[in-house]
Design a protein around this ligand. Structure first.
Ligand code: HEC
Ligand SMILES: [Cu+2]
Length: 487
């Protein structure tokens, strides 16, 4: 009982203290985190705007100034994925919209233009604005009109902007979002590279990868079941040939936004650790993070140093989105190996516990052997084969079919493959183990059976025969089917 009373007194004291703390922090926080808007700004400059993954340079002036932003809304059809088009509604002609960079205390004079060729009225809601609708009402305009409004950037942060014209969800789903950075007047500490990456989803009438022009699917958007989750507006927009590039030893700051419209991103960089994150794009900093949540309509600023060479994968760690729906961007880090930080593979041996047999990597449903399949042209097989090869074979045989010496045999000009009477069908469908000789080099390893349908096997084999110098020719799905039936 005594201890209860003692604890009780402590509780009361604590409650009183927190109360006082809250009261005083109300006043000081407002002063601490927003600027004095009575202070005059001097001069004016025109904002430099950039498309992802580029970030505009910081404004160098030592004093606050008027920053004039001119942003044009353009409705246009562009690539969403290879062979897939979509009619995007954009801030500046690309998705995500132009990156805008101002400083805390700057006065932003915003000019929004709705291109005369557009079909619809639009506006802009900038989360960096203190004012009704973030500027939405002040900026609503029909095609062929411009609107102007001004706001004082009171709070530091990385803010999302988006269209807020009804139906709001549809305007956002069609690509109307971007980022505006309000950095401290003196700027952030310098880094070697700054990049702009924004995640978002697309809800299309056709499934992921279905060719042709795709329309917006309202029901899928309501169900929050996107076919595409992408970084920087399209599948592959900032990966592969479009990857961002840095050198070993350089520092990177990522301005990461999430346009939604629905999903929350578990933002992660495969191969790096965030040294510092401005949590949710604000002023709170956290350190040593693996994954940071980026809410729909929110952001994060993540910093790291690239100590070793290789390709970093920027993903939503809700991982099917990354590998099956497009939520992947890449940073290629070039330079010398640093074995003090990472050795690379030091050794590989066959690991074969007793009783194990060939594993199967399944890639979905098998085509039953009596299903009628349409044959494809050589061009179609090569195109489909490239994608399937990259998904199913590249991890071991490498993108260019070179393999890895001593472990994965080459598919380029392979005498082993060329000598197979079934052109390689059995290797894919049954797997392969035991010692083999490929172009004079011995391999003794295990290739798991890869379960693909007849059509897919035909495309992959056509691709590796034609592209990797194993003689040309078209392999038909019917041949694969025949092989299966014979078995
Ligand atoms: C998990 C790694 C792995 C994957 C994935 C894989 N392979 Fe292999 N592949 C191997 C290994 C290991 C061997 C050699 C097996 C042995 O030593 O007997 C091999 C052998 C082969 C060979 C015969 C040797 C040669 O170089 O000509 C062919 C052809 C082949 N693979 C094609 C493919 C194709 C096509 C795919 C994709 C559908 C694929 N592989 C996926 C690991 C893999
Ligand atoms: Cu709009």
């Amino acid at each position: 009982m005594k201890s209860f009373i003692a604890n009780f007194e402590i509780y009361i004291a604590l409650i009183l203290l927190t109360g006082i703390g809250l009261l005083s922090s109300c006043v000081t926080d407002a002063e601490k985190y927003t600027v004095d808007y009575n202070k005059e700004v001097t001069g004016e400059i025109r904002a430099t705007l950039t498309d992802a993954p580029l970030v505009p340079p910081r404004i160098e002036a030592k004093h606050n100034t008027k920053v004039i932003v001119e942003l044009e809304i353009i409705e246009k059809t562009m690539r969403l994925a290879d062979g897939v088009d979509y009619t995007f509604w954009t801030f500046g002609g690309k998705v995500p919209g132009k990156f805008i960079r101002v400083r805390q205390g700057d006065l932003v004079e915003f000019h929004l233009h709705n291109h005369p060729d557009n079909m619809l009225p639009h506006n802009i809601d900038l989360h960096a604005v203190t004012g009704p609708g973030g500027g939405a009402e002040a900026s609503l305009i029909a095609p062929g009109k411009s609107a102007q409004f001004s706001f004082r950037a009171l709070n530091q942060g990385l803010y999302v902007y988006h269209c807020a014209t009804a139906p709001v969800g549809m305007h956002i789903a069609n690509g109307m979002y971007g980022l505006i950075l309000v950095e401290p007047l003196e700027g952030f500490p310098p880094v070697d590279h700054e990049f702009y990456v924004m995640q978002s989803e697309f809800y299309t009438t056709g499934r992921f990868g279905e060719k042709g022009h795709q329309d917006f699917d309202m029901q899928k958007a309501l169900d929050e079941r996107p076919d595409y989750v992408v970084m920087n507006g399209a599948v592959g927009a900032s990966s592969g040939e479009n990857a961002m590039k840095v050198k070993v030893g350089e520092t990177v700051r990522l301005y990461m936004g999430n346009g939604g419209p629905n999903l929350v991103s578990s933002f992660h960089v495969i191969g790096e650790i965030f040294d510092k994150v401005y949590v949710e794009g604000g002023t709170l900093t956290n350190h040593d993070l693996q994954t940071t949540l980026v809410p729909a309509g929110g952001s994060a600023i993540a910093e790291f140093k690239c100590e070793v060479p290789g390709t970093l994968h920027l993903v939503d760690h809700s991982i099917f989105r990354a590998f099956n729906k497009g939520a992947l961007a890449q940073i290629k880090v070039v330079g010398d190996e640093n074995h003090k930080v990472f050795t690379g593979k030091e050794k590989e041996e066959v690991y074969l516990p007793e009783g194990s047999s060939i594993q199967s990597i399944s890639s979905g449903k098998q085509t039953s052997s009596d299903e009628v399949i349409e044959e494809k042209t050589l061009e179609e097989r090569l195109a489909a084969g490239k994608i399937l090869y990259n998904q199913n074979c590249m991890a071991c045989h490498m993108e260019l079919g070179t393999g890895i010496a001593g472990t994965f045999p080459p598919l380029v000009n392979s005498d082993y493959l060329q000598a197979l009477p079934d052109k390689g069908i059995s290797v894919i469908l049954n797997g392969l183990q035991g010692e083999i000789l490929v172009n004079g080099e011995k391999f003794n390893n295990i290739m798991p059976a890869v379960s693909l349908n007849d059509d897919q096997v035909a495309s992959i084999l056509t691709y590796i025969h034609n592209n990797f110098d194993n003689g040309d020719g078209l392999i038909k799905a019917a041949e694969v089917k025949e092989w299966r039936n014979k078995k």
